[in-house]
Design a protein around this ligand. Structure first.
Ligand SMILES: *[C@@H]1O[C@H](CO)[C@@H](O)[C@H](O)[C@H]1NC(C)=O
Ligand SMILES: *[C@@H]1O[C@H](CO)[C@@H](O)[C@H](O)[C@H]1NC(C)=O
Ligand SMILES: [Zn+2]
Length: 448
């Protein structure tokens, strides 16, 4: 009894001491930060200013220099150039960079900002996320774990030509002068091939798909098609809501038609997880327009064709959600510190969602070699995930019981396997497929 009282007192005391000690330190750090923000040096600093936007050139310099200073976990590369020749620079973050290649079954996540050049909060937010993750690596165990188990790719600005035209404080401009579009006045989020456009339905090869699209669209399409991304987000502004596939529908209805993707449950969960953690998004009165629970089906909100998120889902394994982050598209810089606070947790949690569901390897039963382009089919969901060249697959799922099967050309389909997905850990389920040699032998015998 006495002991516990003493302990409690000690605890209270030490807490007070700690608080007293840490208070001036906190103030001092804030002060130093403020001073530093006035003379931010993109060549040398790991942080980005909390309350001002970076110019395009500053952003490129900063991304390259922070990657150079942290080569074990960060790397930059270009996926192409804008119409006016600006770099579409990606920064990759992962502990696997030091190990030379992505670990087997490590999920790839991408985050794309500023597809509309005047929607800029997401662009800044991605820069701060990069800065945060790099500075908290080996400091915050959750960050360390996230970087050690996930391969994260940031494209902070997909439309740098639009961005340089856009003006701070301009909340609404939709036209070419406002910076929404690219240099050729193309809306990049209407420029992707679309399953609901009759003329696009016939496109098969990568070349056919890419033909006569904006250079920014082509660069991102190739990036999507050439890499096994599992999860993706596209960051926008002008509303505060998480909007999920499909954006398009086969109807000509402009609003109010719920165009559900086969993975509607997964998309709703990903979106709700974001909105629930965002103090403004989850409210239904933000920006004066109500979204129940802060999420919406894209087409239900308004039908759009040629969007990036539908392209991801229809043409790759990547599940993408559109995150609308601010009522004002080019919000005043003074809003940025609060935007970071609203979005930090939801965004980090979103990245970690790439570990939901089930993953595994599909291999040849006889040789144990990986089978590429094998299918993984979940009963009741009409979207088959395909394997990578290493035989890997990732299947995002919400908690529940599922029946799952794998099949590949030249192999006997696997048996149906029961699996239970929980909220706690990722399941691993491997498949060994038997080649269909019997059939070939028989055919040959008959022919002979
Ligand atoms: C990071 O991942 C590697 C490879 O999976 C593992 O061996 C190592 O223990 C992990 N390190 C930490 C700090 O979790
Ligand atoms: C997925 O695979 C199943 C099982 O073979 C098949 O019936 C279905 O048509 C496939 N779905 C798609 C969208 O390709
Ligand atoms: Zn937008």
């Amino acid at each position: 009894m006495i002991n516990s009282v003493i302990w409690t007192r000690l605890l209270v005391l030490s807490t007070l001491v700690l608080a007293a000690l840490s208070l001036p330190t906190v103030l001092k750090t804030e002060e130093t930060k403020k001073n530093e923000q006035n003379d931010f040096n993109p060549e040398l600093d790991d942080f980005v200013p909390a309350d001002r936007y970076l110019t395009h050139d500053e952003m490129i310099t900063w991304l390259q220099s922070i990657a150079r200073r942290h080569p074990k976990i960060a790397k930059t590369f270009s996926i192409g150039k804008s119409e006016q020749g600006r770099e579409l620079l990606v920064l990759e973050l992962s502990h696997s960079i030091e190990r030379g290649e992505r670990d087997l079954l490590m999920p790839m996540v991408k985050l794309v900002g500023n597809i509309h050049g005047n929607e800029v909060v997401g662009r800044q937010l991605l820069l701060r996320t990069i800065s945060h993750l790099i500075q908290k690596d080996n400091v915050d165990p959750r960050v360390t774990r996230l970087l050690n188990t996930t391969d994260i790719f940031f494209l902070p600005s997909m439309n740098p030509d639009g961005f340089v035209k856009a003006r701070e404080g301009d909340c609404w401009s939709g036209g070419p002068e406002g910076g929404r579009l690219n240099a050729n006045n193309i809306d990049l989020n209407r420029d992707f091939p679309d399953q609901f456009k009759p003329e696009d339905k016939l496109l098969r090869s990568q070349n056919e798909l890419l033909q006569s699209r904006a250079s920014e669209t082509q660069a991102v399409m190739k990036w999507i098609l050439d890499n096994p991304f599992v999860l993706s987000a596209s960051l926008h502004g002008g509303a505060v809501v998480a909007s999920y596939p499909y954006d398009g529908s086969g109807t000509s209805q402009q609003q109010g038609f719920y165009s559900a993707a086969p993975d509607d449950k997964v998309f709703r969960k990903l979106s709700q997880d974001y909105a629930d953690r965002h103090p403004l998004m989850k409210r239904s009165d933000t920006c004066g327009v109500g979204f129940k629970d802060g999420i919406t089906n894209g087409a239900y909100w308004y039908d759009l064709k040629g969007g990036m998120q539908d392209f991801n889902y229809v043409h790759s394994n990547a599940f993408e959600v559109t995150l609308e982050l601010s009522c004002c598209k080019y919000a005043p810089a003074a809003d940025l510190p609060a935007e970071w606070e609203y979005n930090r947790k939801p965004l980090l949690n979103y990245i970690a969602s790439s570990h939901r569901g089930v993953r595994g390897l599909v291999v040849d039963k006889t040789t144990k070699r990986p089978i590429r382009s094998a299918y993984v089919h979940v009963f009741g969901i009409d979207k088959n995930i395909t394997t990578t060249e290493k035989g890997e697959y990732w299947r995002l799922l919400t908690p529940g019981r599922y029946i799952i099967q794998s099949f590949a050309e030249g192999f006997v389909p696997s048996s149906s396997r029961n699996i239970e997905i929980t909220d706690i850990y990722t399941e691993q389920l491997n498949f060994e497929l038997e080649p269909t040699v019997h059939q070939k032998t028989i055919t040959r015998l008959i022919c002979d």
